[in-house]
Design a binder for this molecule. Structure first.
Ligand code: ADP
Length: 541
């Protein structure tokens, strides 16, 4: 017997229509690409998104067309999200930190018809205009006065397009399973692959992300997503925040510590989110300027493992709670969030759990399996590849017939190696491809890095496996020292010796000026392996 419930589609346009209705006066503030602070309301955003929707239709954009964006977090990018998906087309976010030829590969694969680009990113498109035959035009996201001189054949002005239309527009209704947005994985192995989200998956993910024990979004929160809208839709915040009518603060292109700090203070931000690399910059700024942000209740840290020292710095030095979260492009991205349980009251135990990637958000199911696909126990010690399934997890890749990570049994193989403990917490020990295998046993590079970053002379740390005649591989520690410091291998080994098993201790340490970062701010282990992979260890020569 079926329930007697209306079959109303879950559509992204309803988020903005709802915010206009019930939180219409709530603000959206942007540090614009042109420089000045721009402020308006959800009502204004809804009106302009309707105008833009009409403009898109005038450009003959249709259901299922892919419309790329090459843009920072701004109110215009927000409008494009809603207008494009709202008419049933697909927002395809491009990462401006990719090499232009890689960007062109992705545009061609997606067969995008237009690109909406921020004015300072136009040169990236100029570099490869001739290599993207599907592109009919580039909409520069600025007003007439700021339009650049450009060699792009069909460059259109965003404000002219919007200004030419009335807001007399009704959002169309269509099947909730219609594709809404497209995001390519960063492709550290092989070519980038497209994760194609639907209206339904986006709305369910938005509900889940707003929950108190997930990102805790509500109307009285002031939310600044530092995580870019081109990195898994800013972790879904532009949807979840709109669902609840939270005040949104968009940082534009300036992501240095001082610029972020100023916006946090000026706008009374209560919650922010981003990758650890960004928080190093902010914490350094706070220390140098001897300041903090009293209104800031929570910082969501994910994308890479959050080191223990970062949790302690935020919480103990500056009074901001840390929520460590884990997810993937293929997961929209939310998978787990690490919060202590009410029954946990010992500070050490709480900190230990916070360092783990956390418990699954309702909707996400998890299992760990060994190399033969056997399920492993949830004892906090056995580790194997993490599999997930759920209503916002991809079932395949865009325009790829087969995928060896989307199993026939309905599970997605994450490529992360992890443990699950009896309390339900998941902890990543490594990406499968980064695991260090020493004498047949695995060493967790993430745990070593985490521990090393607690040393006061260490600013950043990465660990890779290098060949060893007896043990196959042994860990090499690569350290960016804190300003003016030169920690020795011996100092670091002594420091680590009561934090990790003895046989895990790195065989050598290399000091370097910086770690190579990928387009989403993660340390590129592949590059480190290329550079230091043939390093001769002291006792292996
Ligand atoms: P890509 O895999 O393309 O770099 P994603 O943003 O999808 O981009 O990255 C997902 C991966 O990032 C995860 O599979 C995991 O390895 C890593 N990751 C994300 N969050 C965390 C975290 N909190 N701790 C450790 N690793 C993380």
């Amino acid at each position: 017997m079926q329930g007697l419930i209306m079959d109303r589609p879950l559509l992204i346009s309803d988020l903005l229509r709802h915010a206009d209705n019930v939180s219409g006066e709530r603000e959206i503030v942007t540090r614009s690409v042109e420089g000045p602070i721009h402020r308006y309301t959800y009502r204004d955003a809804h009106r302009r998104s309707r105008q833009l929707a009409r403009a898109l239709q005038a450009l003959d954009v249709k259901l299922g067309d892919r419309i790329a964006t090459l843009a920072w977090n701004t109110y215009r990018h927000f409008e494009v999200y809603y207008a494009v998906s709202g008419i049933g087309a697909i927002t395809h976010t491009l990462n401006p930190r990719l090499h232009p030829t890689q960007m062109a590969y992705i545009v061609n694969h997606a067969e995008d018809s237009y690109i909406f680009a921020d004015v300072n990113l136009v040169p990236l498109i100029e570099a490869v205009t001739d290599d993207m035959p599907s592109i009919k035009g580039v909409v520069v996201m600025t007003d007439r006065a700021n339009m650049p001189d450009t060699t792009i054949p069909n460059a259109l002005c965003y404000e002219d397009l919007v200004g030419a239309q009335s807001d007399d527009f009704e959002w169309p209704e269509f099947d909730e399973n219609t594709a809404s947005s497209l995001c390519y994985t960063s492709g550290t192995t092989g070519n980038p692959k497209g994760a194609l989200y639907s209206h339904r998956s986006t709305i369910i993910h938005a509900y889940a992300s707003a929950l108190p024990d997930v990102l805790h979004m509500g109307e009285n929160e002031v939310i600044l997503p530092v995580v870019p809208m081109f990195h898994v839709n800013a972790w879904g915040i532009p949807y979840g925040a709109t669902m609840v009518g939270a005040k949104l603060v968009f940082p534009g292109p300036k992501l240095d510590g001082a610029s972020i700090h100023k916006l946090l203070v000026d706008e009374g931000v209560t919650m922010t989110a981003g990758v650890p690399t960004i928080w190093h910059l902010l914490l350094n700024h706070w220390r140098e300027a001897k300041t903090n942000v009293p209104s800031l209740k929570r910082v969501i840290i994910g994308g890479s493992a959050c080191p223990e020292s970062m949790v302690q710095a935020f919480q103990d030095e500056f009074g901001t709670d840390v929520r460590h979260a884990w997810g993937m492009t293929e997961m929209s991205p939310l998978g787990t969030v690490s919060l202590p349980k009410p029954s946990m009251d010992k500070p050490d135990e709480i900190l230990r759990k916070q360092i783990k990637q956390g418990r699954p958000v309702f909707g996400v199911q998890m299992r760990i399996v060994d190399d033969d696909g056997n399920e492993l126990p949830h004892d906090g010690e056995s580790f194997g590849e993490l599999h997930v399934r759920g209503p916002w997890i991809t079932s395949g890749y865009f325009k790829m017939e087969t995928s060896d990570v989307h199993g026939d049994d309905g599970w997605f193989a994450t490529g992360d190696v992890s443990t699950l403990d009896a309390d339900g917490y998941m902890e990543i020990t490594d990406r499968a491809k980064d695991v260090i295998k020493s004498g047949g046993e695995w060493i967790s590079s993430i745990e070593l890095e985490n521990a090393a970053m607690g040393h006061p002379d260490v600013a950043q740390a990465a660990v890779i496996g290098v060949p060893h005649p007896k043990w196959d591989e042994r860990p090499l520690l690569i350290v960016v020292p804190a300003a003016g410091r030169t920690p020795s291998h011996e100092d670091l080994t002594v420091y680590l010796s009561d934090k990790v098993a003895k046989w895990w201790l790195p065989d050598d340490t290399i000091l370097t000026d910086e770690l190579p970062l990928g387009a989403t701010g993660k340390v590129l282990k592949t590059e480190l392996r290329e550079k230091f992979g043939d390093h001769t260890l002291p006792d292996a020569g």
